[in-house]
Design a protein. Structure first.
Length: 175
Protein backbone atom coordinates (compact mmCIF):
# COMPACT_ATOMS: atom_id res chain seq x y z
CA UNK A 1 0.00 0.00 0.00
CA UNK A 2 1.18 3.51 -0.83
CA UNK A 3 0.98 6.26 1.75
CA UNK A 4 0.77 9.59 -0.05
CA UNK A 5 1.60 12.77 1.84
CA UNK A 6 -0.35 15.84 0.74
CA UNK A 7 0.75 19.21 2.13
CA UNK A 8 -1.09 22.41 1.28
CA UNK A 9 0.89 25.53 2.13
CA UNK A 10 -1.39 28.55 2.46
CA UNK A 11 -1.73 31.30 5.06
CA UNK A 12 -5.35 31.97 4.16
CA UNK A 13 -6.54 28.36 3.92
CA UNK A 14 -4.74 27.40 7.14
CA UNK A 15 -6.42 30.30 8.98
CA UNK A 16 -9.87 29.44 7.62
CA UNK A 17 -10.27 32.43 5.28
CA UNK A 18 -11.16 30.00 2.48
CA UNK A 19 -11.32 26.28 1.87
CA UNK A 20 -8.28 24.47 0.56
CA UNK A 21 -8.95 23.43 -3.04
CA UNK A 22 -5.39 22.44 -3.95
CA UNK A 23 -4.96 19.50 -1.56
CA UNK A 24 -8.24 17.96 -2.75
CA UNK A 25 -7.08 18.51 -6.36
CA UNK A 26 -4.00 16.36 -5.65
CA UNK A 27 -6.24 13.71 -4.07
CA UNK A 28 -8.52 13.82 -7.14
CA UNK A 29 -5.66 13.33 -9.61
CA UNK A 30 -4.25 10.43 -7.60
CA UNK A 31 -7.71 8.84 -7.34
CA UNK A 32 -7.98 8.88 -11.12
CA UNK A 33 -4.40 7.74 -11.81
CA UNK A 34 -3.44 5.24 -9.10
CA UNK A 35 -4.60 1.61 -9.32
CA UNK A 36 -2.33 0.66 -6.40
CA UNK A 37 -4.21 0.78 -3.08
CA UNK A 38 -3.29 3.99 -1.27
CA UNK A 39 -4.13 6.20 1.62
CA UNK A 40 -3.18 9.79 2.23
CA UNK A 41 -1.82 11.81 5.12
CA UNK A 42 -2.99 15.40 4.66
CA UNK A 43 -1.48 18.49 6.27
CA UNK A 44 -2.51 22.15 5.91
CA UNK A 45 0.15 24.61 7.07
CA UNK A 46 0.81 28.35 6.80
CA UNK A 47 3.53 29.85 4.61
CA UNK A 48 6.13 29.55 7.35
CA UNK A 49 9.34 27.64 6.72
CA UNK A 50 9.49 25.92 10.15
CA UNK A 51 5.89 24.66 9.78
CA UNK A 52 6.54 23.37 6.26
CA UNK A 53 9.78 21.66 7.31
CA UNK A 54 8.04 20.04 10.30
CA UNK A 55 5.24 18.68 8.10
CA UNK A 56 7.70 17.27 5.55
CA UNK A 57 9.87 15.67 8.24
CA UNK A 58 6.85 14.11 9.95
CA UNK A 59 5.44 12.70 6.72
CA UNK A 60 8.82 11.30 5.62
CA UNK A 61 10.26 10.11 8.92
CA UNK A 62 7.25 9.15 11.05
CA UNK A 63 4.37 8.47 8.66
CA UNK A 64 6.83 7.03 6.11
CA UNK A 65 5.12 8.35 3.01
CA UNK A 66 6.75 7.05 -0.17
CA UNK A 67 5.51 10.12 -2.05
CA UNK A 68 4.88 13.59 -0.61
CA UNK A 69 3.28 16.22 -2.83
CA UNK A 70 3.12 19.84 -1.71
CA UNK A 71 1.04 22.63 -3.20
CA UNK A 72 1.59 26.35 -2.75
CA UNK A 73 4.39 28.67 -1.76
CA UNK A 74 6.50 28.23 -4.90
CA UNK A 75 6.29 31.76 -6.33
CA UNK A 76 8.59 34.76 -5.86
CA UNK A 77 6.53 36.50 -3.14
CA UNK A 78 8.33 37.06 0.18
CA UNK A 79 6.18 34.46 2.02
CA UNK A 80 6.65 31.80 -0.70
CA UNK A 81 9.19 29.60 1.11
CA UNK A 82 8.20 26.05 0.14
CA UNK A 83 11.33 25.45 -1.98
CA UNK A 84 13.57 26.67 0.84
CA UNK A 85 11.82 24.34 3.31
CA UNK A 86 12.11 21.45 0.87
CA UNK A 87 15.81 22.04 0.32
CA UNK A 88 16.33 22.19 4.10
CA UNK A 89 14.83 18.73 4.66
CA UNK A 90 15.98 16.86 1.55
CA UNK A 91 18.98 14.56 1.33
CA UNK A 92 19.19 15.06 -2.44
CA UNK A 93 17.54 17.37 -4.94
CA UNK A 94 16.13 16.24 -8.29
CA UNK A 95 16.25 19.41 -10.42
CA UNK A 96 14.80 17.72 -13.50
CA UNK A 97 11.37 17.63 -11.88
CA UNK A 98 11.15 21.42 -11.55
CA UNK A 99 12.57 21.92 -15.02
CA UNK A 100 9.97 19.59 -16.56
CA UNK A 101 7.07 21.18 -14.68
CA UNK A 102 8.09 24.71 -15.66
CA UNK A 103 8.61 23.70 -19.30
CA UNK A 104 5.12 22.20 -19.43
CA UNK A 105 3.49 25.19 -17.71
CA UNK A 106 5.28 27.66 -19.98
CA UNK A 107 3.33 26.24 -22.92
CA UNK A 108 0.18 27.89 -21.55
CA UNK A 109 1.24 30.47 -18.94
CA UNK A 110 4.10 32.93 -19.64
CA UNK A 111 4.51 33.67 -15.93
CA UNK A 112 5.30 30.00 -15.20
CA UNK A 113 8.95 31.02 -15.42
CA UNK A 114 8.43 32.63 -11.99
CA UNK A 115 7.60 29.28 -10.40
CA UNK A 116 10.28 27.80 -8.17
CA UNK A 117 8.89 24.30 -7.59
CA UNK A 118 11.49 21.63 -6.96
CA UNK A 119 11.70 17.98 -5.94
CA UNK A 120 14.03 15.92 -3.82
CA UNK A 121 14.35 12.92 -1.58
CA UNK A 122 14.37 12.49 2.17
CA UNK A 123 15.21 8.96 3.17
CA UNK A 124 12.71 6.72 1.37
CA UNK A 125 10.39 9.62 0.40
CA UNK A 126 10.11 11.50 -2.87
CA UNK A 127 8.97 15.10 -2.27
CA UNK A 128 7.51 17.10 -5.16
CA UNK A 129 6.53 20.79 -4.92
CA UNK A 130 3.58 21.90 -7.05
CA UNK A 131 2.11 25.37 -7.59
CA UNK A 132 -0.83 26.43 -5.43
CA UNK A 133 -3.29 26.95 -8.28
CA UNK A 134 -5.61 23.91 -8.43
CA UNK A 135 -5.68 23.99 -12.24
CA UNK A 136 -1.89 23.72 -12.45
CA UNK A 137 -1.67 20.62 -10.27
CA UNK A 138 -2.63 18.03 -12.88
CA UNK A 139 -0.61 19.81 -15.57
CA UNK A 140 2.57 19.76 -13.47
CA UNK A 141 2.07 16.23 -12.17
CA UNK A 142 1.48 15.01 -15.73
CA UNK A 143 4.87 16.46 -16.73
CA UNK A 144 6.80 14.45 -14.11
CA UNK A 145 4.58 11.40 -13.56
CA UNK A 146 6.49 9.16 -16.01
CA UNK A 147 9.48 9.24 -13.62
CA UNK A 148 7.60 9.05 -10.31
CA UNK A 149 7.04 5.27 -10.06
CA UNK A 150 10.63 4.37 -10.86
CA UNK A 151 11.93 6.94 -8.38
CA UNK A 152 9.59 5.62 -5.66
CA UNK A 153 10.87 2.09 -6.35
CA UNK A 154 14.52 3.19 -6.29
CA UNK A 155 13.87 4.67 -2.83
CA UNK A 156 12.45 1.35 -1.58
CA UNK A 157 8.77 2.15 -1.99
CA UNK A 158 6.03 0.00 -3.51
CA UNK A 159 5.73 -0.82 -7.20
CA UNK A 160 2.97 1.54 -8.30
CA UNK A 161 0.26 0.46 -10.73
CA UNK A 162 -1.87 2.89 -12.72
CA UNK A 163 -5.22 3.28 -14.41
CA UNK A 164 -5.54 3.92 -18.14
CA UNK A 165 -6.16 7.60 -17.32
CA UNK A 166 -2.64 8.05 -15.91
CA UNK A 167 0.30 9.26 -17.97
CA UNK A 168 2.41 6.34 -19.10
CA UNK A 169 5.24 5.70 -16.66
CA UNK A 170 8.75 4.67 -17.63
CA UNK A 171 10.86 1.99 -15.98
CA UNK A 172 14.24 1.31 -17.57
CA UNK A 173 14.74 -2.19 -18.94
CA UNK A 174 17.07 -4.44 -16.95
CA UNK A 175 20.37 -5.16 -18.62
Amino acid sequence: MLTLGIVTISDRASSGVYDDRSGPAIRDVCSRWLATPWTDAYRLVPDEQPAIEAALRELADEVRCSLIVTTGGTGPAPRDVTPEATVAVCDRLLPGFGEAMRAESLKSVPTAILSRQIAGTRGASLIINLPGKPGAIEECLRAVWPAVPYCVELLGGPRLQFTDAAPRSHRPQST
